[in-house]
Design a binder for this molecule. Structure first.
Ligand SMILES: Cc1cc2nc3c(=O)[nH]c(=O)nc-3n(C[C@H](O)[C@H](O)[C@H](O)COP(=O)(O)O)c2cc1C
Length: 176
């Protein structure tokens, strides 16, 4: 990272894998080495096996909105704890998904699968939903929203952490 920063003058954004054993430490190291932004997270290519031909099938699996929880968690935790800007990618399919990552602290919200699935016109719906949410909740700008539900600003900061598993499990009810 330091060598890259030394060699070029443009800002450097690092797109990360979610598979580091200590994500916070990794983010801090990249931040200290001069990364201008972290992009959370890359979705790696994962092939399937065709059970008839026994071939390995290279097909694209698009994300679902459930994938949003991973970048949401880490952006919420890292917001204001590192200098680098934060970009959210994985599972952002709607304007409300974009609202969530911005509230957690994202500078930008990125979208791939939803645009491949619905076409580029989908962006109009996303923008409309984002604007409608802001109007109802009386936010005047995206920067006013940014980070307001990050870990350092949340009413219950522990809600971002693993200890909440116990609470989540005790409140779980199966849908019939
Ligand atoms: C067909 C396809 C091609 C992609 N190519 C790249 C790529 O070249 N570089 C990259 O960083 N990410 C690439 N991605 C990952 C996306 O940029 C994005 O991070 C990922 O799909 C998660 O976001 P999503 O849930 O909105 O799809 C690709 C994704 C898809 C579906």
């Amino acid at each position: 990272m330091k060598a890259v920063k030394k060699a070029i003058s443009i800002p450097v954004a690092v797109k990360l894998s979610p598979y580091f054993s200590n994500m916070a430490n990794m983010a801090k190291q990249l931040d200290d080495a001069g990364a201008n932004a972290l992009v959370l997270f890359n979705r790696f290519y994962q092939p399937d096996i065709d059970l008839e031909t026994l071939d390995v099938r290279p097909n694209v699996i698009l994300s679902t909105p459930q994938a949003l929880r991973l970048p949401l968690t880490w952006i919420g935790i890292l917001y204001r704890r590192i200098q680098a800007d934060l970009a959210a990618t994985s599972g952002i399919h709607s304007g409300e998904d974009a609202v969530k990552v911005i509230l957690a602290g994202a500078n930008v919200s990125m979208m791939t699968s939803a645009l491949l699935k619905n076409g580029i016109e989908h962006l109009r719906f996303v923008e409309k939903e984002l604007r409608a949410w802001m109007e109802v909740h009386e936010y005047e700008s995206v920067s006013q929203m940014r980070g307001s539900v990050s870990q350092i600003h949340a009413e219950d900061p522990s809600a971002f952490e693993r200890a909440q598993y116990m609470r989540a499990l005790t409140t779980y009810r199966p849908t019939l």
